[in-house]
Design a protein around this ligand. Structure first.
Ligand SMILES: *[C@@H]1O[C@H](CO)[C@@H](O)[C@H](O)[C@H]1NC(C)=O
Length: 188
C-alpha cells in the first residue's frame, strides 16, 4: 500500500514538473519571440532612417546642382547650352581643346540637362558637386583625352566620399574611402 502511495506521489510530482516545464518553455518562447520582434522593428526603423538620410543627401545635392546651374546661367547668359548638347564627343573634345568652349560651359550645360532628365526619369542618385571644384584645376590638364568632358558614373562604381550602395540598404551610410580605379583614371 505504502509503495503504491509513494509511486502515485512520484507520478504527481513528475506531472507537476512537466507542466511547469511546459509553462517555462512557453514563457521562454514568448520572450524569444518578443525579442525577435523588437529586433526586427528596430532594424526596420534603422533601415528606414538610412533611406531617409540617403534621400536627403540626394535631394540636397540635386538642389545645390540646380542652384549652381541657375547662378551660372545668370552670369553667362550667352552660353548656348542647346548647341553644346548637340555636339558629338569628338566635336566636344575638339572645341574644348581649341578653347571655343570652356569646361564650365560644358559642365553646366550637361548638368542642366541631367537635372531636367532626372525630373522625368528619376535616374540620378546624386550630383557630384566635387565636379564644380574640379573646374578650378582642370585647366592644368588640357592634354587629357577627355579634357573638360563631363562624365556620369553609375552608382555601383566606387567614388570617394559617396555611398556605393548598389541599391542595397545595408550599404547605405558607408561613404567610400577612395576612388575606384575607373574613377581614378577618369579624374587624371
Ligand atoms: C555595375 O553594374 C553594371 C551593370 O549594370 C555591371 O556591368 C558592372 O560590372 C557593375 N560594376 C561594379 C563595379 O559592380
Amino acid at each position: 500500500m505504502q509503495a503504491l502511495q509513494s509511486i502515485q506521489d512520484f507520478l504527481k510530482g513528475v506531472k507537476m514538473d512537466s507542466q511547469r516545464a511546459a509553462l517555462l518553455t512557453g514563457v521562454a518562447c514568448a520572450v524569444g519571440s518578443v525579442v525577435v520582434l523588437v529586433k526586427k522593428i528596430s532594424s526596420h526603423r534603422k533601415a528606414e532612417e538610412k533611406i531617409r538620410r540617403a534621400k536627403n543627401r540626394r535631394e540636397e545635392s540635386l538642389q545645390r546642382g540646380e542652384q549652381a546651374v541657375l547662378r551660372y546661367k545668370e552670369l553667362h547668359p550667352t552660353t548656348d547650352s542647346a548647341f553644346i548638347l548637340t555636339l558629338s564627343l569628338s566635336e566636344l573634345t575638339q572645341q574644348l581643346k581649341e578653347g571655343s568652349l570652356t569646361p564650365e560651359d560644358v559642365l553646366y550645360s550637361y548638368m542642366e540637362k541631367t537635372l531636367a532628365v532626372n525630373k522625368k526619369l528619376n535616374c540620378c542618385t546624386e550630383i557630384l558637386l566635387e565636379s564644380l571644384d574640379q573646374l578650378t584645376t582642370v585647366g592644368s590638364n588640357k592634354d587629357g583625352l577627355l579634357y573638360g568632358v563631363p562624365v556620369s558614373v553609375k552608382e555601383n562604381i566606387t567614388f570617394k566620399n559617396h555611398d556605393c550602395s548598389c541599391g542595397v540598404v545595408i550599404n547605405l551610410d558607408q561613404p567610400a574611402e577612395k576612388d575606384s580605379v575607373l574613377v581614378q583614371v577618369l579624374k587624371k
